[in-house]
Design a binder for this molecule. Sequence first.
Ligand code: DC
Length: 227
Amino acid sequence: MRADCLIIAIDGPAGSGKSTVAKAVAQRLGINYLDTGALYRAIALWLDKRGVPPEESERLKEELKKLRVKIKGGKVYVNGCDVTEAIRSSRVDAIVSAYSALPTVRECLFSIQRAQVNCRGLVADGRDMGTVVFPEAQIKVFLTASPEERARRRWLESSDKGRLSYEEVLKGIRERDALDSGRSLSPLRTAPDACVIDTTRLSVDEVVDRIIDLVKLLKQNNGGAYG
Ligand code: DC
């Protein structure tokens, strides 16, 4: 990986606006976007469908050896199956944190995530982008928002809106926050060198503009380069 490839790491809890913002930043800069939550969701969906619970570590290791997960053209595939829609269900919301806390799952995805960087640069969003996967990222952003606002956003975008109440989504968000922040491996943390942005009262464009300003500042300070 070249030292001057721009990497923007965006972390934050569920519903903080990471994916929307990261996608828009990547588009404005003309560089690639990586949704790492989608990779964890894809693995959770597949293992759940195969009847492999998180506790069955040996079986899970065997399944992971056979599993090929990739993101291409905005679609997510597991072993060649398009799971783009399926990974957004409330079932996956409920189970993904338990699978993503497992060392075998995180190890499996580490190199897949690192391999997404090319010399045009990358905007990656997740929970441990700035702390673990891309510690060398030149720009690190931690997005946050109140649990109520995050639940409202998730409920509005949920494919299960008819079946799930806002209160149920809020409960799920609080539970996932606790699991994602409380796990021992790669917990959700603000990197010490991250810029924290509270998105509760900001529009997507305002958040994107702030990140683009950080990129401009970085270039200015480096005489036009990112490294
Ligand atoms: O961003 P999301 O809600 O789609 O992420 C789904 C889950 O995946 C989230 O509950 C935690 C996990 N995850 C993770 O542990 N590490 C990442 N880099 C991205 C997501």
